[in-house]
Design a binder for this molecule. Structure first.
Ligand code: ADP
Ligand code: MG
Length: 606
């Protein structure tokens, strides 16, 4: 075949292949145009999964009648003029190809009326053929109607999912866009029924709750970032107990533009490291403010991927902002009881709950005895079941802790009575409810925190072994000794290769030695992991992983019995340390059953 120039409608169809992947892409491009046009109300209608029809109507600035044919022409845009403008794109669109692409694979019409005018015009495009401009009535604004999407692109149709899935994706696009613009009202009608109705609001949190649901909304923590610095990360993250199995529910915006970005997803997880199990993903609505010159948005036809000039700075900003948000919050998850059934479910604590201080289970005079296994035993009015109602009632009533008795006025802020039950759990209470602690998980977290502090001061104390302990290890693990040497030394290990399949451990951290932990297998684990994961890019994260491993081996086990003093000390420390609500692996260390729930359970009206 001779070389020839393709006719424009074929060029457009090829472009459509990139820009218009599915009905949701059409919705996205049309929404962006409406927002760029300064709309304050946008109504989206989706029929038959978007394949039968998509309509987006706005009250934005509109397009002059004589410009309508240009709007649907390829590479025609009012948003940039020079290549240099690409460095500073301030609008959502700029490629000038969306309308032309969409029109080339559908039966398309665009009707528009300029804000200052009383009548508008309409242009229809059928299979790439642009019709004449005709006058049309209508309020100021623009309405784009797309029918029979992919009517002339059967290959594309084959890749689509079910109507329901395509509808969900299209609505999802509106939800995502709506979060970035709470000042704009959005309405979505699916097959004639209102599926989403979001009035304009000045409060981002209202919009987020409107989109993600009240329950998620109540479990969000504000992320502030550093308002004086760029890049800045701000918005909301879900409390750890709102975690999800995938990162799909995360919404990330770069300078107001929804994007997908693995770097940011990773940074979010890093921010949650230790607050959430490693295989879970936090819920997040995260806005990134980056200087326009620091990011390239022109790397993807759908503009959903971007390239940062300094990815490390973005990563660090996100991680730090998330950490700060988690650090300042009470993260103990509440267990709320469903009175209709006997099931108990995890709920987010009230979002307005500040950092709460567990208090003594009962009032001043130590009425609630907490010696192990004894239950609540003192007090005058005992119920037939042996339950010390008076003590519990007093505790419930004491939303404000009672003043401490004189013998409790030592230098500790307050003695916390703790009961060990089931050989594993510690039970206490605070202003908000009954607090139940997993002693191993909590001890592990505290140990981890103190190790983390301790290791910044220098290598951990080591203890030389009289005779080196040997253990077998893979060739890769033995090879990893060299690259892990710094890490091993900081942790207090002295390790050497000892033949092709054997290592020798000459010194171990005193901490592990004193707990009787068999340290050679720990070293082998560590080396095997180093070998499997390759050179670790993030030294600090690697160290945290290892400290978590150490903390786990060295802490109180389930089944270890604690004295009252030990239990009290453990809980006391927990309250003074940040992040104590989860163990270093991210599992919860404590749960709280709100007093209000217990009151309801016991049939008390107030
Ligand atoms: P881009 O958004 O990249 O400029 P499009 O093909 O999406 O390219 O749109 C072409 C042009 O049509 C836009 O630059 C804008 O001037 C005009 N336009 C499209 N949609 C609207 C709308 N809803 N309201 C006002 N103008 C619009
Ligand atoms: Mg556009």
């Amino acid at each position: 075949m001779p070389i020839r120039r393709l006719p424009p409608h074929v060029v457009n169809q090829i472009a459509a292949g990139e820009v218009v992947e599915r009905p949701a892409s059409v919705v996205k491009e049309l929404l962006e145009n409406s927002l760029d046009a300064g709309a304050t109300r946008i109504e989206v209608s989706i029929e038959g999964g978007g394949l039968e029809g998509i309509e987006v109507a706005d009250d934005g600035g509109g397009i002059a009648a004589e410009e309508l044919p240009l709007a649907v022409a390829p590479h025609a845009t009012s948003k940039i003029e020079h290549a240099a403008d690409l460095e500073q794109v301030a609008t959502l669109g700029f490629r000038g190809e969306a309308l032309a692409s969409i029109a080339s694979v559908s039966a398309f019409s665009i009707r528009s009326c300029r804000r200052e005018e009383t009548s508008g015009a309409i242009v229809e495009v059928e299979g790439g053929e642009v019709g004449p401009v005709r006058p049309a009535a209508g309020a100021p604004g623009t309405t784009v109607t797309v029918r029979h999407l992919f009517m002339n692109a059967p290959a594309r149709r084959k890749f689509l999912k079910t109507t329901a899935t395509e509808t969900t994706r299209a609505v999802e696009v509106v939800r995502t866009a709506a979060i970035a613009r709470p000042d704009v009202a959005f309405r979505v009608v699916v097959d004639g029924r209102v599926a989403l109705d979001l009035p304009a609001t000045a409060e981002l949190s209202h919009r987020v709750a409107g989109v993600l649901g009240e329950e998620v909304g109540a479990g969000l923590l504000a992320v502030e970032g550093d308002p004086a610095a760029l890049p800045r990360a701000w918005g909301f993250v879900g409390r750890p107990d709102l975690s999800r199995a995938s990162s799909r529910s995360q919404r990330i915006y770069l300078n107001g533009r929804p994007i997908q970005d693995r770097l940011v997803v990773h940074a979010l997880r890093e921010g949650f490291r230790g607050a959430m199990p490693g295989d879970r993903h936090p819920v997040a609505v995260l806005f990134l403010d980056v200087a326009p010159g620091e990011v390239d948005v022109n790397v993807h036809p759908a503009k959903t991927e971007v390239r940062f000039r300094s990815p490390e700075a973005v990563h660090a900003a996100v991680r730090r902002a998330v950490r700060a948000a988690l650090g300042g919050s009470d993260l103990v998850p509440s267990v709320e009881t469903d009175l209709g059934s006997s099931s108990w479910s995890l709920r987010s604590p009230r979002s307005d709950a500040g950092r709460s201080q567990p208090i003594l289970f009962s009032g001043a005079s130590g009425t609630a005895a907490t010696s192990r296994g004894a239950g609540w035993t003192t007090g005058a009015t005992r119920s037939p079941a042996g339950f010390d109602y008076a003590a519990v009632a007093a505790a419930i009533a004491s939303a404000v802790p009672a003043p401490p008795a004189p013998d409790e006025l030592d230098d500790r802020p307050r003695r916390r009575r703790v009961l060990q039950v089931g050989g594993l759990f510690l039970v206490s209470g605070d202003e908000e409810g009954l607090v139940i602690v997993d002693q191993h998980a909590l001890h592990e977290r505290l140990m981890f925190e103190s190790l983390r502090r301790r290791i910044t001061e220098g290598p951990l104390e080591r203890q030389a072994l009289l005779a080196p302990a040997t253990a077998s290890a893979s060739a890769e693990a033995i090879e990893a000794i060299e690259s892990s040497r710094m890490l091993l030394e900081r942790l207090g290990f002295e390790v050497e290769p000892f033949g092709p399949r054997t290592i020798a451990v000459r010194a171990v951290p005193s901490l592990l030695a004193s707990r009787g932990v068999e340290a050679t297998s720990f070293v082998v684990d560590l080396l095997e992991r180093a070998a499997a994961e390759g050179p670790v890019p993030d030294e600090a994260a690697a160290l945290e992983d290892v400290l978590a491993m150490m903390a786990c081996k060295a802490s109180v086990r389930a089944g270890d019995s604690l004295t009252d003093a030990e239990g009290e000390a453990l809980l006391g420390q927990a309250l003074e340390s940040e992040g104590a609500a989860s163990c270093p692996h991210g599992r919860p260390t404590m749960l709280r059953i709100p007093w209000s729930d217990l009151r309801r359970r016991f049939g008390r009206s107030s």
